[in-house]
Design a binder for this molecule. Structure first.
Ligand code: ADP
Ligand code: MG
Length: 676
């Protein structure tokens, strides 16, 4: 028997069991031994019934009698008398009638639960129960708990692991020996043994360290190798033309910030190289990324290349097209807009213009990656809010050029360094860490729902001064059906009471693109005083005259999202305000207090990463694809160690093919993380 063997070869696995395992995705021995426990039950401290004290406790006892009765609709209580040779006690379970069948056998069990005083007596509430004969007799009795996928019983998994124990102890090493040694890690087989058969807590933590290191190492090595592969690619060199850039910059209605200049310079230098650019432009909201992309597009045009700019929403694509048209048309650059709403004849005409090179800069949504879109000579691709796109989508767009085009990925979600390294290790990074001159920091205030009247009078003063306001409503219960309800109710409430005398617009995800566009247009042109909206305005919308952002039920949003929403104001030299209305008048959460205190997106991203983890923040799709079992992307120290070793591996040109399992994993990650 080896790792590739079918599980039917394992003693105790008949046809039925094999089918059950298969439906949980486990078909080979390798699948099973790498199926890791999700937690451990700790039976290390077993108390006798006579010595029990209130609190969490474990006893070793038999069940003397057990019965279940209904108490009220839908609720059943199971009570049992448990006994050891020092005494008896009562155990109670709510809605777990299966305990009867489990415990009737008369066997000895470990019971772990809360020993507490309730209903006039001390009892053990909702204890777990594990048959003593099935708990491994190791010093500390740590029992692994496996995910119960598709009815797969944890006891079965445990039993099979014990069958495979000899094989697990002989598993070959998967990492280069030098790395295991210099990082002071335990071996692969020790780590798997430690996970499945721990003797103490230290075994588990050493095993997790080793396996987490390995996952991160694979990921980081994949991006190092991608970086190396990119360096072999032949791209389109775009020479720097000083007069063109000088003219573009002089023509701007403002002066570029030093950070914008640095980023532009990074890009123009990358353009000149024979290998394609692979750069991430990270800038806090409002730091002015669009103009940097515009400058690069101008240079590409001068050298005879087309540019494609892809944005995640129609509102955003439309806005970018308008901005870039203003920036670029004075120099004879033609800007086109391709979204789902461009239909029929107009669409065909646009396709034709892209194909013949009549359009120089094409701004669009996902529509850009359709097969019908063919460029004459695509040299530069910019992707706004790049984390909103999947790997495949980005690749589709890049494929539309005969050679790999230069790529600029942009994001307004600041990413902590540790994460940038793991998620985007192969990218060069430019950071816009300052806002344009003359911007006043936004004043943020948490507001109790009881004092709305007071708030509205403050807002009305702003409107009288000629400014505009956003009111953001949350989705109730994440149900799209309710999206409309909450936002429409708010719209009516404001229109029929305090803001009768104001022009109010309504924006939400269920409007048709043309309707959305019309509302945004009215708001941007100043016809509307207030825009009541869902989070569709979250990404990138730019209306500099808007200075008030009211967020209803602010406690229901994540930090990064609040920061993004807030970033819709503070885009001019006027003082801006952000009011976070809480859903109840209870004390505000830590999250809200953080955002009230700080305007710094990078700081808030660090806090958010700690509070919520990366998956929530940086897009489920991307993080989900990575499928890390043990490692967390918030473990900065381990990431730094793995990163150092990945560099060592690449710099010493070690042959990856010597390490079969490593090579397979790395190849999977390479496909997931690559931008090309
Ligand atoms: P983001 O980085 O959030 O995408 P935008 O590109 O939308 O930011 O720019 C935000 C606003 O700031 C726009 O109205 C833009 O015209 C303006 N802007 C950009 N750069 C500067 C600058 N250097 N000085 C003044 N205003 C600027
Ligand atoms: Mg933007």
């Amino acid at each position: 028997m080896n790792l590739a063997s079918s599980l039917t070869k394992v003693r105790g696995v008949g046809e039925r069991t094999a089918a059950q395992l298969a439906s949980a995705g486990l078909t080979t021995v390798a699948d099973l031994v790498t199926f890791l426990p999700r937690a451990y039950e700790d039976f290390s401290e077993v108390t006798t019934i006579a010595d029990l004290r209130p609190g969490n406790a474990t006893i070793k006892a038999v069940c003397q009698s057990i019965s279940t009765r209904p108490v009220r609709r839908g609720m059943r209580i199971t009570t049992a008398v448990l006994a050891d040779n020092t005494g008896k006690l009562q155990a109670v379970w709510f809605n777990q009638p299966y305990r009867e069948t489990q415990l009737k056998s008369g066997d000895e069990f470990y019971f772990s639960g809360n020993y507490e005083f309730s209903y006039n007596r001390y009892q053990l509430t909702n204890p777990s129960a594990e048959k003593v004969s099935e708990v491994p007799v190791q010093t500390d009795r740590l029992l692994p708990i496996y995910r119960a996928v598709k009815g797969l019983k944890p006891t079965l998994v445990r039993k099979l692991m014990h069958e495979l124990r000899p094989l697990i102890s002989l598993m070959p090493e998967t990492l280069p020996a030098e790395i295991v040694k210099s990082e002071n890690l335990i071996s692969y087989s020790q780590a798997l043994s430690g996970m499945h058969f721990p003797e103490n807590l230290k075994d588990i933590s050493r095993a997790k360290e080793r396996l987490a290191f390995e996952e991160l190492f694979q990921l980081l090595l994949a991006s190092q190798l991608n970086k190396q592969a990119n360096a072999q690619l032949e791209g389109w060199p775009i020479p720097f033309h000083q007069a063109t850039i000088k003219q573009f910059v002089e023509h701007l209605p403002f002066e570029l910030t030093p950070a914008q200049r640095r980023a532009a310079w990074d890009i123009l230098q990358d353009f000149e190289k024979a290998t394609p650019m692979n750069r991430l432009l990270q800038g806090d909201v409002g730091s002015g990324k669009t103009v940097v992309a515009g400058l690069a597009a101008r240079q590409a045009h001068e050298a005879g290349f087309q540019t494609a700019i892809m944005a995640p929403t129609e509102i955003l694509a439309t806005q970018h097209a308008a901005t870039l048209d203003k920036l670029l048309s004075p120099f004879g650059v033609k800007v086109g807009l391709l979204t789902g709403s461009v239909k029929g004849k107009a669409r065909q005409t646009l396709y034709e213009a892209i194909r013949t090179g009549d359009v120089d800069v094409v701004v669009g949504t996902h529509a850009l990656i359709q097969e019908a879109v063919q460029f004459k000579k695509l040299g530069f691709v910019a992707i706004d809010e790049q984390h909103r796109f999947g790997v495949a989508q980005r690749q589709e767009l890049l494929k539309k050029s005969a050679r790999m085009p230069h790529l600029l990925a942009m994001t307004a979600t600041p990413i902590p360094r540790s994460l940038a390294l793991t998620l985007y290790g192969e990218l060069d990074i430019s950071i816009l860490n300052e806002l344009p001159k003359g911007r006043l920091p936004i004043k943020t205030k948490i507001w109790s729902p009881n004092s709305r009247a007071q708030l509205y009078s403050l807002v009305d003063q702003e409107l009288t001064a000629g400014r505009q306001a956003y009111v953001i409503c949350n989705l109730i219960d994440d149900d799209p059906k309710n999206e409309l309800k909450s936002v429409e109710a708010e719209y009516k409430r404001l229109q029929n009471s305090v803001f009768k005398h104001r022009q109010i617009g309504l924006l939400h995800g269920r409007l048709k693109p043309a309707e959305k566009e019309a509302v945004m247009q009215e708001f941007a042109s100043g016809k509307l005083d207030i825009l009541v909206s869902t989070t569709v305005v979250e990404v990138g919308v730019d209306v500099p005259n808007a200075t008030v952002m009211i967020i209803e039920d602010a406690d229901r949003f994540g930090l990064s999202q609040l920061h993004q929403l807030r970033g819709r104001v503070g885009r001019s030299s006027h003082q801006s305000y952000c009011y976070l209305i809480t859903s109840t008048s209870a004390k505000p959460t830590k999250r809200l207090q953080e955002i009230e205190k700080s305007n710094d997106g990078f700081y808030l991203a660090e806090v958010d990463l700690k509070l919520r983890g990366p998956g929530e923040i940086y897009g489920r799709a991307q993080h989900g694809e990575l499928n890390l079992q043990i490692a967390t992307l918030a473990d900065t120290k381990l990431i730094a160690r793995a990163s150092k070793q990945a560099k060592w591996f690449v710099e010493n040109s070690i042959n990856l093919l010597q390490y079969k399992q490593l090579a397979e994993q790395v190849e999977t990650y390479q496909r997931l993380t690559t931008l090309n």
